[in-house]
Design a protein around this ligand. Sequence first.
Ligand SMILES: [Fe+2]
Length: 491
Amino acid sequence: MLMLWGQSPAQPKKILIVDDHVPMRKLIADALGQASDYQIREARNGQEALDVLKQDSFDLVISDVMMPGMGGMELLNHIRAVQSAIPVIMVTAHPATDLTVSAMKNGAVDFLPKPFDIDELTFKVGLYLKEKAFLDETEKRRKDTVLDLKARTEELSLRSYIYDAIESGADDTDRVFEHIVDLALKVVEGDCCLLAFFDDASKEFYPKVFSGNHDRTVVEATVKKLKDLLNEVVERKEALLIHSETRSEIAPSLICAPLLIRGYVFGVLCVRKKQYREAFTQKDLHYILSLTKRASLNIENKMLYESIYSNLLNTFKSLVTSIQTRDSYTEEHSFRMCQRAVEVARAMQCADDQIESLKIAGWLHDVGKIAIPDIVLMKPGKLTDEEYAIIKTHPDIGVQIIRHVILFEREVTIIQHHHERWDGRGYPNGIAGEQIPFESRILAVTDTFDAMTNNRPYRNALSVEVAIEELKKNKWTQFDGNVVDAFLTTL
Ligand SMILES: [Fe+2]
């Protein structure tokens, strides 16, 4: 027979013949033996057949109905409990319609009266075996599909877990690398993990995070030991899965994967299991690759964001500084505002991102004054209604200047409303109470306090005590009373 490479020869089908009558068992066995290469077992009654079925699996059962001890009908019921898919052909010398119906109801595939035509029996055996083989194959395919789907679902959910975990990870860059190491250990059930940075100029590796052991000499020794592998990862820009068969010093296996930004390797992540554990698989390598690729992208985005963010902030700070050349109060005032506003926010248990927004908004809140003419901005005396109307445009002008920067969306709103009043009599929109952004309510208090306690072109500084009294007097009219209370605790 021509057999393809890797294909195994078909196993003979296994048939169990159950009959208390030895000549009958022999007759059936001989007939089947002549028809095909079947593997035949015999049993004398239902109980013996059941014992055989519990130890081995069969492709077909031929059973007599009337036997001492456990008969064929009882055996049929038990077979459905043990091997439900196995076809059973019943034979009997005393066929009766109700018996036939009962046997078929209980799952017999056929019912043959004795004496039967031996050709008919061998024909039916062949038929039911083919049918079973077809059903087995269909069932196998169904199970394979279910398993395949299960594996794909697991893979997708793990990959989605990796992506989510990286996206929702720490903002602080150093913590990001610790997070990647923790995640790598978790995803492939590793025992230790090293993340080393690669310096292209010196071609050296610098350990950044090493799980479990913080002893510098151990960490450096590990980097030294792995250096040729790390170099290989940098050169090939590909991940490696190394087993102890190729590198005896590595047991049982190690995964090294590059961290790349725009095609340049800036680091390598190495994960290993302890000696007694199972080796990593291709699947583990695949997961680590998903993790390092996603982490690299995330780090690149963070670096890009930080660089854009700091460039923008510097640009706006220089705008604020340029106002100082006209009005020295603005820059110093902005600096003090930031500090005081942050203290109030901390006293009020604000979240870190809220405090960060407050810092930026504090710095930039009066950036719109750049468009206010000197004659108004630095007027020594009292402002006319028209001049005051011009001053009142500075929050909106500030918004115009920075509103195109999507990174500062929150800060734009805070700046816009820093002159609103709790009672709704402020500007530019006259909104009231909690309609005013919370951070703007903080800026309103710190802005007023700072303006009162410093010399202005139109009046001299008030004492801190007088300024405090002013703030208290204007609680729940000009200011959010809670913010005033929190502010007073920071003095
Ligand atoms: Fe202002």
